[in-house]
Design a protein around this ligand. Structure first.
Ligand SMILES: [Zn+2]
Length: 341
């Protein structure tokens, strides 16, 4: 039987994982949750960019409108005295002596005066034309601004609705993830968890928190009471623990996981040599566990199994822990490896 022959070649440790599928696919759920969170983040960013664009275009429009109004006012200031002057000239059509004009004297003066009047009338007309052109331009711009505002409001409302949908989807996935964890025996403390549970997507921004000072909302509990890890590491560990249970019939034994700075200091001073310098350990990043129940003994079946199978969940035994300091119990989650799963 080719199936049996193939199965024989697979080491027992590997086989148990390959044959029995993860009852709840946490990796799948985590990936979905990550995608939903990313979509939400991108949509929010797009809305912010759109808002900035809207602000800029509205600013530009109102600046143009202000310029036009100022030009109109300037024309009005010239127009009035010019109209008054033209009106005055019409009432006294000839600038100069009436008797002189009738007697035919000072022809040159009269002609000059009449040319002046014609020019003034033409100037007044030009200003009137300019003013009405400006008015039309201002009205057109005002209408454009109105339209722009309406269109902006509409697109903003549409984007906000889309974001709301994405947020709801993201929360739904985190909720089903949390339900899956509860089913696996994880006690989720809903307090301090923004989405009402364990949110593995809140890890990307984690680099901003110093070692040992990760806020509670970014940590997720393990099935092993009193232990917690960074969200992604916790999910991966829970999956690993499920596989371990199927192989050994018992859950993994955890002596230590996330350590706050205060706890790191306490361990460091109580048991020097047993813990890394406070602020430097991967325990403070929520990415390391110390295991018991057999794994702590180098080359025990438990150690060998975790060594062979941990990688599938992003968990590794770091090189240094094989030699210096020799810590067979210490295991770490590699986010890069985990994100490829
Ligand atoms: Zn350790």
């Amino acid at each position: 039987m080719p199936g049996a022959a193939a199965a024989q070649r697979v080491p027992v440790e590997e086989q148990s994982v390959a044959v029995v599928a993860d009852p709840v696919n946490l990796t799948e759920l985590r990936r979905e949750a990550e995608k939903a969170a990313k979509d939400l983040e991108e949509a929010t960013k797009a809305l912010e960019q759109r808002r900035a664009q809207i602000r800029d275009s509205e600013k530009e429009l109102s600046a143009k409108l202000r310029q036009l109004q100022e030009a109109e006012r300037a024309f009005a200031r010239i127009r009035q005295p010019l109209s008054d002057l033209v009106g005055l000239l019409y009432q006294q059509p000839i600038g100069g002596d009436v008797t002189g004009f009738l007697s035919g004297e000072s022809d040159a003066d009269t002609l000059r005066a009449m040319t002046g009047v014609t020019q003034l009338v033409a100037e007044r007309q030009r200003i009137l034309d300019d003013t009405s052109r400006l008015q039309q331009e201002r009205e057109r711009l005002a209408a454009e601004a109105q339209e722009l505002r309406a269109a902006n409001l509409l697109s903003e409302a549409q984007m906000a609705a889309e974001i709301e949908t994405l947020r709801a989807r993201s929360q739904k996935i985190v909720k089903s993830l949390t339900q899956a964890l509860v089913k696996l025996g994880v006690k989720i403390d809903k307090k301090g968890q923004p989405a009402g549970g364990c949110d593995p997507t809140r890890t990307s921004s984690l680099t901003e928190f110093p070692n040992g000072l990760i806020p509670q909302a970014y940590l997720c509990p393990l099935q092993q009471k009193g232990n917690e890890l960074r969200g992604d590491a916790a999910l991966a560990f829970i999956s690993l623990n499920e596989a371990y249970k199927r192989r050994f019939g018992k859950p993994m034994c955890v002596t230590d996981s996330y350590r706050s700075l205060a706890e790191q200091q306490s361990v460091y001073y109580r048991r020097p040599g047993f813990a890394a310098v406070p602020g430097r350990s991967n325990h403070g990043l929520g990415l390391a566990v110390d295991l018991c129940g057999g794994v702590e003994r180098f080359r025990s079946p438990e150690f060998n199994w975790v060594e062979a199978n941990g990688k599938k969940y992003g968990w590794i035994h770091p090189k240094w822990a094989y030699v210096s300091p020799f810590e067979p119990w210490h295991w770490e989650y590699d986010p890069k490896l985990g994100s490829l799963l």
